[in-house]
Design a protein around this ligand. Structure first.
Ligand code: SF4
Length: 380
């Protein structure tokens, strides 16, 4: 059995103004204790997952590369001592420009890391401080150059559109920089103003100069057309890559395959059960010290929920939903069970049938939420 591993590092140098991820700044004093706790949690998985082969590892955050190399080295030693890693395992580490240097990147490479994901967001210098990002545009370019010098070719950049004071020309500028750098993978996300963030407060006070809906839609269309022209294949709603550079770990989520999450706030999904660790770093550390579980929520997913999740995750991918896999997994015909929903969505130009698959059209990619919500148990 194949397993994906997600390891959460909940630390950042500074909290970005739009971010509601479980990540914290000013916790340098907890780095050592956190890695001790994480290594303990990893070691505890040995018996339960002894028959599994790990084919993807994703170390995300937060900003894993704020940790000193020595602590990251301990983390990798713990992973390899506990899990059986496939020889061709994909190991991704998230990083932010300004938190990497050549020795650290070379060390990551020597520990088996073969994919890096940099949170660049934009290459336009005037926009970065508006987001509360700690790095400069030059550091974004430098991060890619350092990664290459350390031996990485599988590199992702996260980019955002719909930012305060961003114009379409800024989106064009960032996409040009990214493609000129030749990185093989780009994740392109629209900004969402999340509750509880400084952006939400500014937005409520009318102080956030966001592009309007039409401008944001134009940025979205521009990015999709630009990247297609540049030879990038869109393989998921927000993800583009050169041939062969799909992120195998993220494909696991969209293919509804099992993954184990370790660390504070990490989610897991194994055998139809989903659970999440506490997002509170000190609570997580204390639980591991006591040898107790750090699980905060646990849900056994009923069949209807699993079917709905399988459908909307599969439809996020450009390849779409494979009705053969659906039938094998759930024992019913996808086409028979959802005929009316599919017909309605197809008439609206949002989905199309292609052989044994149902997939989003270009319009459906843009308005994916309409499609996904149509398959929820009370709607379909
Ligand atoms: S670097 Fe990433 S995880 Fe950290 S605060 Fe910024 S957006 Fe959030």
């Amino acid at each position: 059995m194949k397993l994906g591993l997600y390891i959460h590092i909940p630390f950042c140098r500074q909290k970005c103004l739009y971010c509601d991820f479980p990540s914290y700044d000013n916790l340098t004093h907890l780095y050592q204790d956190y890695i001790d706790a994480l290594c303990r949690e990893i070691a505890e998985q040995k018996s339960r997952f002894s028959g599994w082969v790990v084919d993807t590892v994703y170390i995300g955050g937060g900003t894993p590369t704020v940790l000193p190399g020595e602590l990251l080295g301990r983390l990798f030693a713990s992973l390899t001592a506990t899990f059986s890693l496939e020889p061709a395992v994909e190991i991704t580490v998230e990083a932010n420009p300004g938190t990497v240097n050549l020795p650290l990147l070379k060390a990551l490479r020597s520990w088996g890391v073969n994919r890096l994901s940099f949170g660049v967001q934009t290459f336009v210098p005037r926009l970065l401080p508006l987001l509360g990002r700690v790095h400069t545009a030059e550091q974004g370019i430098e991060a890619v150059e350092l990664a290459r010098a350390a031996g990485f070719d599988n590199i992702n950049l996260d980019l955002m559109y719909g930012l305060p004071e961003q114009r379409q020309a800024d989106v064009a500028d960032s996409l040009s920089r990214a493609t000129e750098l030749g990185v093989p993978h780009l994740s392109v996300y629209g900004l969402k103003v999340e509750d509880g963030t400084p952006f939400a407060v500014s937005h409520a006070a009318g102080k956030l100069a966001l592009p309007d809906e039409t401008e944001e839609e134009a940025m979205y269309d521009f990015a999709a057309a630009f990247l297609r022209q540049a030879g990038y294949c869109r393989y998921e709603v927000s993800n583009y890559c050169l041939p062969g550079y799909e992120c195998r770990h993220n494909l696991k989520y969209w293919h509804y395959q099992p993954f184990l999450g370790l660390g504070a706030a990490a989610y897991s999904f194994v055998d139809g059960v989903r659970w999440a660790n506490t997002p509170h770093v000190t609570e997580y550390i204390q639980a591991q010290r006591k040898g107790a579980l750090a699980i905060q929520e646990r849900e056994v997913l009923d069949r209807q929920t699993q079917i709905a999740e399988f459908i909307f995750l599969a439809l996020r991918t450009a390849a779409g939903l494979d009705s053969g896999i659906f039938q094998e997994r759930f024992g019913i015909s996808f086409w028979d069970a959802y005929r009316a929903t599919i017909d309605t969505l197809a008439q609206r130009g949002l989905v199309e049938r292609c052989g044994n698959r149902l997939r989003l059209t270009d319009l459906g990619m843009k308005f994916g939420n309409i499609v996904f919500s149509s398959f929820l148990p009370d709607k379909a």
